[in-house]
Design a protein around this ligand. Structure first.
Ligand SMILES: NC(=O)c1ccc[n+]([C@@H]2O[C@H](COP(=O)([O-])OP(=O)(O)OC[C@H]3O[C@@H](n4cnc5c(N)ncnc54)[C@H](O)[C@@H]3O)[C@@H](O)[C@H]2O)c1
Length: 253
């Protein structure tokens, strides 16, 4: 396959799993991440091209796009990098909101805009933005994170509608809890990681959280030609978590 893809946040978690899967499927991959060391490790392990920078910087996206185009025509873009950001409305201030929206909303919107500009000359491409089930149902104390993830769904629809006529598809993935380093931030004091993962898993009807590769599979599908008529879609990958209204105990079957 002679195609390249930019994956933001490729040093860790879902971004790393996605980069690995895309490499296995023959994509050239450029990873854009703040974490230079992690990116170097991913580059050595997967053969991706590292671009160190922040998604809050438009120029970093441009550098990633150019690095990808040097490898092969830029056909894919995964807006994945993010931070976990907790805080209820009464706990946050102007700085928290501005910083949070900078990384969680502005950054992926820069990615969408830069990706489209670079795909337009070829009149083809597929963009996937990693949102969250927190775009449609809230967890306690995620005032800014959830709002940003919800706004990304509308940005996804906007790009899908505007560029459908020229063959650029745009979709969003809404994961439930995934076993990545992001989870470490929410481990309660005095609770082991194993116990925390088990507790998070019990919140899902499937009784477990997702492995990064399970979500990467969905991202890779949306990027691929198998999804050639899928655009403007919001693909939930949450083990039925958002399908359930109340946390009734599971059926004894
Ligand atoms: N882990 C979960 O339970 C979960 C659930 C739903 C959605 N998500 C979403 O999945 C995506 C991936 O998260 P993850 O769990 O793999 O997290 P992670 O913390 O393991 O990885 C995030 C990566 O993004 C990078 N990053 C952070 N800020 C950056 C910036 N400003 N510029 C460039 N890179 C930056 C980090 O260095 C890291 O490599 C995120 O969009 C996250 O919101 C995660």
């Amino acid at each position: 396959m002679n195609r390249s893809c930019v994956v933001t946040g490729a040093s860790s978690g879902l971004g790393l799993a996605t980069a690995e899967l895309l490499r296995e499927r023959g994509w050239e991959v450029v990873g854009l991440d703040l974490d230079a060391e992690g990116l170097q490790r991913a580059a050595a392990a997967l053969g991706l091209v590292p671009v160190v920078g922040s998604i809050t910087d438009w120029a970093a996206h441009e550098r990633a796009a150019e690095a990808a185009a040097d490898l092969a025509p830029l056909h894919g873009w995964v807006n994945n990098a993010a931070i976990d950001l907790q805080g209820a409305a009464h706990e946050v201030d102007a700085e928290h909101i501005a910083k949070g929206l900078g990384v969680l909303l502005e950054g992926p919107m820069f990615g969408l805009a830069v990706a489209v500009r670079h795909m337009l000359p070829h009149r083809a491409g597929s963009i996937v933005t990693v949102s969250s089930i927190q775009a449609v149902a809230t967890f306690p104390r995620y005032f800014v994170y959830g709002a940003a993830k919800a706004a990304l769904l509308q940005a996804t629809r906007s790009v899908a509608v505007d560029y459908g006529p020229v063959g650029i598809r745009c979709n969003a993935v809404l994961p439930g809890t995934i076993d990545t380093p992001m989870l470490d931030v929410v481990i309660p004091t005095g609770v082991s990681r194993e116990e925390s993962v088990a507790r998070e898993g019990e919140l899902s009807p499937m009784g477990r959280i997702a492995a990064p590769g399970e979500v990467a599979n969905a991202v890779a599908f949306l990027l691929s030609d198998e999804a050639s008529y899928v655009s403007g879609a919001m693909l939930t990958v949450d083990g039925a978590s958002t399908a359930r209204c109340f946390a009734y105990p599971p059926l004894e079957i």
